[in-house]
Design a protein around this ligand. Structure first.
Ligand SMILES: [Zn+2]
Length: 237
């Protein structure tokens, strides 16, 4: 895929399936790349350094790998397609003087969606995990998820409430985020929900470590990861 600045990126998506012959499949997604530049770092001298992505990337991947381990122990009745997507976070940096367009984000997902559409890939619905590991996380009902997949948003947020996680999964509409799920919704017409940490119900307000050099393991909470994982287990098994 070609990046915003003309760089040719060797995009590597990783896809694994449990229960391939099941009638109904659920698509679970997370991006495994991390942003190559920390353009939101408070220290301007660090803005060309890479983001390590403990939260913005690895947190979602970690939960999906744990679900894969659980699938090995006991298969759920549905087919589970785990899609670790590449080059999600390669959008133009803040100081880029060329065009800023949503098409420069989620490159791996866009590449896969084209191929999947050709092959007639179907899933009942999809769930994208992005930034699901912060101690002070809050998951509002993301705007595009409500627009394209509202009944599944209801199901996920009700499941969380039933498990006692209503303070984490806040049952209020949030802002819209350009993320992998937008392309799955638009290009494959598979309803796809983004579980993403935003700090208010308005747009573009992420955790303080977002796109900085501080997106590291010290800021990861096992408790948050566990709660998100248990919501998915409850839904899928
Ligand atoms: Zn990011």
């Amino acid at each position: 895929m070609t990046a915003y600045n003309g760089t040719k990126l060797p995009v590597i998506n990783i896809i694994g399936t449990f229960n391939p012959d099941a009638k109904m499949h659920v698509l679970l997604m997370s991006h495994w790349d991390s942003r190559p530049f920390a353009d939101n770092d408070p220290d301007p001298t660090k803005r060309k350094l890479p983001v390590l992505g403990a939260n913005d990337g690895a947190s979602g991947v970690g939960i999906l790998l744990e679900l894969a381990r659980l699938c090995n122990e006991k298969l759920p009745q549905v087919g589970i397609d785990i899609f670790l997507t590449d080059a999600e976070d390669y959008g133009a940096p803040d100081d880029w003087e060329g065009t800023h367009d949503e098409k420069w984000w989620a490159l791996g997902t866009q590449m896969w969606c084209k191929q999947a559409a050709k092959e007639g890939y179907r899933a009942e619905y999809g769930i994208l995990l992005d930034m699901v590991g912060s101690a002070n996380a809050s998951f509002y009902r993301e705007y595009y998820s409500e627009r394209f997949a509202n009944s599944f948003v209801n199901e996920i947020w009700q499941t969380a409430a039933r498990l006692g996680y209503g303070d984490l999964f806040i049952n209020q509409s949030g802002g819209g985020v350009t993320d992998d799920h937008v392309f799955v919704n638009r290009m494959l017409h598979i309803p796809c929900v983004d579980i993403i940490d935003t700090r208010t119900d308005s747009e573009g307000t992420f955790c303080p470590q977002w796109h900085t050099t501080s997106d590291t393991m010290e800021n990861i909470s096992r408790e948050t990861l566990g709660k998100v994982g248990r919501v998915l287990v409850s839904l899928l098994w």
